[in-house]
Design a protein around this ligand. Sequence first.
Ligand SMILES: Nc1ncnc2c1ncn2[C@@H]1O[C@H](COP(=O)(O)OP(=O)(O)OP(=O)(O)O)[C@@H](O)[C@H]1O
Ligand SMILES: [Mg+2]
Length: 246
Amino acid sequence: MATLSESPSVLSMRDAGVHFDGVKAVDGVSLTVSRGEVLGLIGPNGSGKTTTLNLLSGMLRPTSGAVLLDDRDLSRLSMRRRVREGVVRTYQSGRVFGRLTVFENVEVAGLGVGLRRGAARDMARTTLAQLGLEDVAHLTADSLTAGRIRTTAIARALAAQPRFLLLDEPAAGQNESEAVQLIESIRGFAREHSIGVLLVEHDMSVVMGTCDRLHVLDSGRTVIEGEPQRVRKDPQVIEIYFGKRE
Ligand SMILES: Nc1ncnc2c1ncn2[C@@H]1O[C@H](COP(=O)(O)OP(=O)(O)OP(=O)(O)O)[C@@H](O)[C@H]1O
Ligand SMILES: [Mg+2]
């Protein structure tokens, strides 16, 4: 096991790009996530948010640029290997085992990363409590609302004890106050366990008060990155979110 001082502290993407049949889904994007912080990745539909997350998680390889863990190039490493390095993701659709209970879903994720049964159960109990899922722990996942399924997927990802957690629209389908509450609990987790979180979200008002920094994409390119208050005042961001576009 690496000691804390040896363990990587920054996940980054340097000038990374990927294209599909001539469409530049991500075009020269650089970003950095440090352990303990929540970086919000926002932008309109089709701006390249999920593709960026796919590049960081290893689901896609960059056609240019690199993905790094501290100074180490991860670009050619498979998703499985990246999970072992502590880079763990969730999916926009939320992926869980529908016929297992919520508790079992999280327990299995813990067993999958090598915890013993007792430890996996303890961890499942704590994680479900922190994410407010205790009430539904005994229900099968396929009986849950879409929002609860997504939260269960997050609990599963946390069970893998990530150093970096990549979340694709974890609050989709929830109202603004539920979304804010969910992201606040993720932020609490991130600080407590020193996890770096990249959170994809398309709703600007949800990320404003909950993320430490924001990175805005449009048509696969970075518009601006910075503190939420500064990002909100950026003229290009105002045009994208509030202005009329051709
Ligand atoms: N596998 C693929 N093949 C072809 N084009 C793709 C593929 N994946 C994404 N794209 C295109 O790349 C661009 C970026 O897509 P991406 O899914 O990353 O956007 P997004 O910001 O996550 O959008 P949303 O808010 O709708 O989830 C879009 O134009 C999309 O159509
Ligand atoms: Mg997406």
